[in-house]
Design a protein around this ligand. Structure first.
Ligand SMILES: Cc1cc2nc3c(=O)[nH]c(=O)nc-3n(C[C@H](O)[C@H](O)[C@H](O)COP(=O)(O)OP(=O)(O)OC[C@H]3O[C@@H](n4cnc5c(N)ncnc54)[C@H](O)[C@@H]3O)c2cc1C
Ligand code: FES
Length: 285
């Protein structure tokens, strides 16, 4: 059992969960994820590790409430416990020296990209952070990004903070820099990653995405997380979750992600009849 140390909604529909998980906290690195189960009957869901404290043996996870399992996780309180927290899983982010690295984060990715930005800064890179959301009140953790970023840019769809628009305004933002970044790393909803990759392909800037397919075991056994990258079949859980965004077959990826949508919606409405699927904080960059 993994004890809940802290549980809070940080912005509408986005939650921070601090779990006691000393074995994972000892080994975890930026870009890795865990598989958790909210209760004994719950399904296994992958969630990225957004921060950790090795000496206290704790992990921070930032998650968006989108369905049955995340809905159950959102009801947990400090002192509760969950039956499963397996990890660390997946390959860590490659965080050596690249020069200037732009970190593009939206939705739950604002949480999970924080340790990536921190490691990139520690490796001597100039880190430019871009946070994206529907409105300023959905952006969070900017205070954590300040010490690890050379500059922080915001993109909001309603223009309430930073540049108004969707992630396609990234091209203007990059053109406004003295020199384009040497590398871009992006995490958040699928549309944010796909659109960013489209924009940066035109600009020929190497772009890494953190894919979020449906997963079951997280260890390369079930094949559910199959993705096509550069024409080759990969399993996101063991070969990723990070891949070259310019090489991902986004059409296939989006289609596979939607495979269980009607069942998920049915199950969520059955268990949470009052709650709409993708309410506040739902993102479609
Ligand atoms: C490696 C990895 C890391 C992830 N890290 C995080 C994280 O740090 N924080 C976070 O909030 N989410 C993260 N996700 C997504 C998260 O796993 C899903 O949101 C979760 O499984 C949904 O479970 P549910 O039962 O609440 O919703 P479901 O009832 O299963 O689905 C509800 C809705 O969520 C969508 N959905 C289902 N699976 C995913 C998925 N894998 N990614 C995105 N949307 C999905 C469905 O299409 C549906 O619209 C990650 C996914 C992967 C593969
Ligand atoms: S989740 Fe089963 S192979 Fe990746």
């Amino acid at each position: 059992m993994n004890k809940v140390i802290q549980s809070e909604m940080i912005v509408p529909n986005m939650h921070l969960l601090r779990l006691e998980a000393p074995d994972v906290a000892r080994k975890v690195q930026a870009g890795q994820f865990v598989i958790v189960r909210p209760d004994e009957e719950g399904e296994r869901i992958p969630l990225s590790v957004a921060d950790w404290d090795r000496s206290a043996g704790t992990l921070d996870i930032v998650f968006m409430e989108v369905g049955a399992s995340t809905g159950r996780l959102a009801t947990l309180k400090a002192g509760d416990a969950i039956p499963t927290c397996v990890g660390p899983l997946g390959n860590p982010t490659q965080t050596g020296y690249f020069g200037t690295v732009m970190v593009v984060a939206g939705c739950y990715g604002i949480g999970s990209m924080y340790p990536v930005a921190r490691d990139l800064k520690a490796s001597g890179n100039k880190v430019l952070t871009v946070v994206e959301g529907r409105s300023s009140y959905l952006l969070y953790w900017l205070d954590k990004y300040v010490p690890v970023s050379e500059r922080i840019f915001s993109i909001t769809r309603d223009g309430s903070q930073g540049q108004k628009g969707r992630v396609n305004v990234l091209a203007d933002l990059i053109h406004g820099l003295k020199k384009p970044p040497d590398r871009i790393i992006v995490n958040g909803c699928t549309f944010l990653m796909a659109r960013t990759s489209e924009v940066t392909k035109q600009l020929a800037i190497p772009t890494i995405v953190n894919l979020n397919p449906i997963m079951i075991d997280g260890t390369g056994m079930c094949g559910v997380c199959r993705v096509t990258v550069g024409g080759k079949m990969k399993f996101a859980c063991v070969d990723g979750p990070e891949f070259d965004g310019h090489e991902v077959d986004w059409k296939e990826f989006l289609a596979r992600r939607k495979a269980y949508m009607s069942e998920e919606a049915w199950f969520f409405r059955k268990s949470e009849p009052q709650a709409p699927l993708h309410e506040e904080g739902g993102c479609h960059a």
